[in-house]
Design a binder for this molecule. Structure first.
Ligand code: NI
Length: 142
């Protein structure tokens, strides 16, 4: 494990109280773990925003597989960007609806572009692109 450095910070009592309520609600055992998570979350966002390093993302899509040509169009788009699509899980939610979860990895701009394109495909009912970082960043951050 990476060596830890102890720091102290000053903040308003009311801000600390609000933060402690957040910790309790999120089931954190201590402030340090929660602050580490907040810092990593900010760094992941910064990295995604500035397009540096390797972008990893989880894309979820819910769609009606009866919608005309939709399954086919989604598969075409994924094949076209096959170098970015690491793996896909398909779940049949019921008679009509499918949930697809894909892990994407590659240059930030390309990953976001593909995610946005799939989410905006006509007939996709719900979905989300969750951006995270790659092995390089998490290793560097300890
Ligand atoms: Ni299905």
């Amino acid at each position: 494990m990476t060596e830890l450095t102890r720091i102290s910070i000053s903040l308003e009592a009311s801000l600390l109280e609000a933060f402690d309520r957040y910790l309790t609600a999120r089931q954190y055992e201590n402030r340090s773990e929660a602050i580490r998570d907040l810092i990593r979350d900010r760094l992941v966002h910064e990295q995604a925003e500035h397009g540096q390093g390797e972008q990893v993302a989880v894309l979820s899509l819910v769609y009606d597989h009866h919608a005309r040509e939709l399954s086919h169009r989604l598969i075409e788009k994924q094949h076209h960007h096959h170098h970015l699509v690491i793996s896909t899980m398909h779940v049949h939610l019921g008679e009509r609806h499918c949930l697809e979860v894909s892990v994407l990895r590659g240059p930030s701009a390309e990953v976001r572009h593909l995610g946005d394109e799939l989410l905006a495909t006509k007939g996709v009912l719900h979905g989300e692109l969750l951006l995270t970082s790659g092995e390089g960043e998490f290793s560097r951050w300890g």
